[in-house]
Design a protein around this ligand. Structure first.
Ligand code: NAG
Ligand code: NAG
Ligand code: NAG
Ligand code: NAG
Length: 299
């Protein structure tokens, strides 16, 4: 068969089948944008034909065989459009599910089964919720260090490092508590090993394991310092300052030592002079008690 004939056949097939496809099968597409904590989430599905029925289930994941323990809406059995914080809005080719005041626990997968006169389709949407990220707080109580992340996503982590970058996380103790609507507070306590002296400790709150987004607080011997904006240049300046200070202290110490030595040497010279001048006086004094004794004897 020549290529011309092939093209002609293809065109013929297209001509026959394309109107059939277009007319008979409905297509659907769903959209969702990330939602901020406590705002309204909106999952929106559109069809190329009128959406007759919709079933929405809450599933553990979007995987094929993942269990879906909860049916949120099923328009085939019920005309209900409200279920707690969930609301279903239905217009011909357009169906929207609103979820008010989202909690962290609403995060997950939602499977939609969409039905039209000419076709049906399954769509799975993963709801993602962004959560406020509070600054961590690092406090020292004696030798004990406590890092507090007062509110945030329950999946965040606290890691500890010393000034050499050694990971101390495994020796810290973590306590987590629920604050509100699925958000947690994390408190991590570190009892640094007293036999290992370190110039500083840092606590890192890791918000996202994949992107490594984190906030870090460090504490040095002098107190709390936010190392976040302490770039290597300023660190170098700090080291230079410390070296200069140590040098000055050493100089002062040397000067004091030298001065003391001089003083002692002078004092020794003076004592020799003193003894030399005092010697006759002392000799005289040594004789006086004997004279007294003799006087006592005589009386
Ligand atoms: C959540 O938002 C509602 C208003 O939409 C507000 O009244 C409520 O205080 C908020 N709750 C929290 C914990 O932010
Ligand atoms: C839903 O409403 C329609 C008309 O509005 C009615 O024909 C149908 O029986 C109702 N279905 C149920 C399950 O109540
Ligand atoms: C530090 O150690 C903890 C466990 O002790 C581990 O989960 C974490 O990934 C480590 N962090 C880094 C940056 O190596
Ligand atoms: C924290 O974030 C910085 C980048 O901002 C990254 O270089 C560093 O590795 C992160 N720390 C951890 C422990 O993930």
């Amino acid at each position: 068969m020549g290529s011309l004939q092939k093209t002609a056949l293809c065109l013929l097939l297209l001509f026959i089948f394309s109107p059939v496809c277009k007319n008979n099968f409905a297509e659907f597409s769903c959209h969702y944008n990330k939602t901020e904590y406590n705002k309204t989430a909106k999952i929106e599905c559109n069809g190329t034909r009128n959406i007759k029925n919709v079933v929405i289930k809450r599933c553990q994941s979007c995987a094929e065989e993942s269990p879906c323990p909860e049916i949120l809406f099923n328009t085939m059995n019920s005309n209900e459009t409200e279920k707690g914080r969930f609301q279903l809005e239905r217009r011909k080719q357009h169906t929207v599910m609103h979820l008010q005041e989202v909690k962290v626990t609403d995060q997950g997968s939602y499977k939609w089964y969409l039905f039209a006169d000419s076709g049906e389709q399954e769509e799975c949407i993963s709801l993602e919720i962004t959560v406020p990220e509070a600054e961590p707080n690092l406090i020292r109580d004696g030798a004990k260090l406590t890092c507090l992340s007062p509110i945030g996503h329950p999946q965040r982590q606290i890691h500890w490092f010393d000034d050499c970058g050694n990971n101390l996380t495994s020796s810290a103790h973590l306590v987590s508590g629920e604050v509100e609507r699925g958000l947690t507070s994390l408190t991590s306590t570190l009892n640094p090993n007293p036999s290992i002296t370190s110039r500083g400790y840092c606590c890192t709150v890791l918000y996202d394991e994949r992107t490594k987004r984190n906030k870090t607080m460090c504490m040095s011997a002098e107190g709390v310092a936010d190392y976040l904006d302490l770039d290597p240049k300023t660190r170098k300046e700090h080291v230079a300052t410390i070296v200069a200070l140590v040098f000055l202290v050493l100089c002062c110490f040397a000067a004091v030592l030298y001065y003391k030595y001089r003083q002692r040497a002078e004092a020794r010279g003076n004592i020799v002079d003193l003894i030399r001048t005092l010697y006759p006086v002392l000799r005289q004094y040594e004789n006086t008690p004997n004279q007294d004794l003799r006087n006592q004897d005589g009386s």
